[in-house]
Design a protein around this ligand. Structure first.
Ligand SMILES: Nc1ncnc2c1ncn2[C@@H]1O[C@H](COP(=O)(O)OP(=O)(O)OP(=O)(O)O)[C@@H](O)[C@H]1O
Length: 223
C-alpha cells in the first residue's frame, strides 16, 4: 500500500484530560486510487490528514508512507519524506502574492534542492497538465479562484508525490469550477499513480472516489 495507517490513535490534551481525535484508525490507500473521507465537523478529518502527512505523530499505531514506516525515521528523514513524497492541497491555496504561477510551482523543487533549469521546465509542464499553460507568468491577483486552486494542485505535484492529501479543495469555488478541479484530481491520481485522500463535504465528489469512508468521533468506517 502506498499509504497505510494501521491502528492509529491520536489524542490531544484537553483541559485536565485527553481528547481522542483518532481512535484505532485503519486506512490503506493503494496507488492510483482516491479514498474520500466524509464526516461531521470535529470528527477528526483534519487530524487524519495531519497524521498521514507526518505533521503529527500518533500516540499509537503505524503510519507507512511509500513503503517507509515513519516512526522509524528521524526528524530530518521524516521532513524529507514529507517534502519529497507527500503532496498537500488545502482549502485555501495560500499562494505567494509576488510570485508568478510558474514560480509558485518551481519553489517546491528549490526547497528539495533540485536544479533550477529542470524545475522551470517541469513547472511549466505541470501548469499545462492543470490547464494553465497560458497563465504561467501571471501572479495570483490575475488568476481566478479556480485557477489559483489549480496552481495549488500543480505545486503539490511538483515533487511527484506518492501520496496526495487533499482537504476540501473546492470549498471556495462555484459548482462548475469545483467539478473541474475534482476531475483534475481524479485524473492525476490515475495517471500518476498517487494514493489520494480527499476530505470533502460535497456529496457529488463521493461518486468519483474509489472508496468512501466515514469519520465519526475519531472512528473511520467503511474501509
Ligand atoms: N491542536 C488541538 N488541540 C486540542 N484539540 C484539538 C486540536 N486539533 C483538533 N482538536 C480536536 O480534535 C477533534 C477532531 O478535530 P479535527 O480538526 O481533526 O476534526 P475535523 O473533522 O477536521 O473538523 P472540521 O471539519 O471542522 O475541520 C475535535 O474535537 C477538535 O476540537
Amino acid at each position: 500500500m502506498t499509504l497505510l495507517l494501521d491502528d492509529v490513535t491520536l489524542t490531544y490534551e484537553d483541559g485536565g484530560g485527553r481528547l481522542t481525535a483518532l481512535d484505532r484508525v485503519r486506512l490503506d490507500v493503494p496507488a492510483g486510487t482516491v479514498a474520500a473521507v466524509v464526516g461531521p465537523s470535529g470528527s477528526g478529518k483534519s487530524s487524519l490528514l495531519a497524521v498521514a502527512a507526518t505533521l503529527i505523530a500518533p500516540d499509537r499505531g503505524r503510519v507507512v508512507v511509500d513503503g517507509a514506516d515513519t516512526a522509524a525515521l528521524d526528524r530530518g528523514a521524516r521532513s524529507r519524506l514529507r517534502r519529497e513524497r507527500v503532496g498537500i492541497v488545502f482549502q485555501q491555496p495560500n499562494l505567494l502574492p509576488s510570485l508568478t504561477a510558474a514560480e509558485q510551482v518551481q519553489v517546491m523543487a528549490h526547497l528539495s534542492g533540485r536544479p533550477a533549469a529542470a524545475a522551470r521546465d517541469r513547472a511549466r509542464e505541470l501548469l499545462a497538465a492543470v490547464g494553465l499553460a497560458g497563465e504561467a507568468d501571471r501572479r495570483p491577483h490575475r488568476l481566478s479562484g479556480g485557477q489559483r486552486q489549480r496552481v495549488n494542485i500543480a505545486r503539490a505535484l511538483m515533487n511527484d508525490p506518492a501520496v496526495l492529501l487533499v482537504d476540501e479543495p473546492t470549498s471556495a469555488l462555484d459548482h462548475e469550477r469545483g467539478a473541474a478541479v475534482l476531475d483534475l484530481l481524479v485524473g492525476l491520481t490515475r495517471e500518476r499513480g498517487t494514493a489520494t485522500v480527499l476530505v470533502t463535504h460535497d456529496r457529488e465528489h463521493l461518486a468519483r472516489a474509489d472508496r468512501v469512508l466515514t469519520m465519526r468521533d475519531g472512528r473511520l468506517t467503511g474501509a
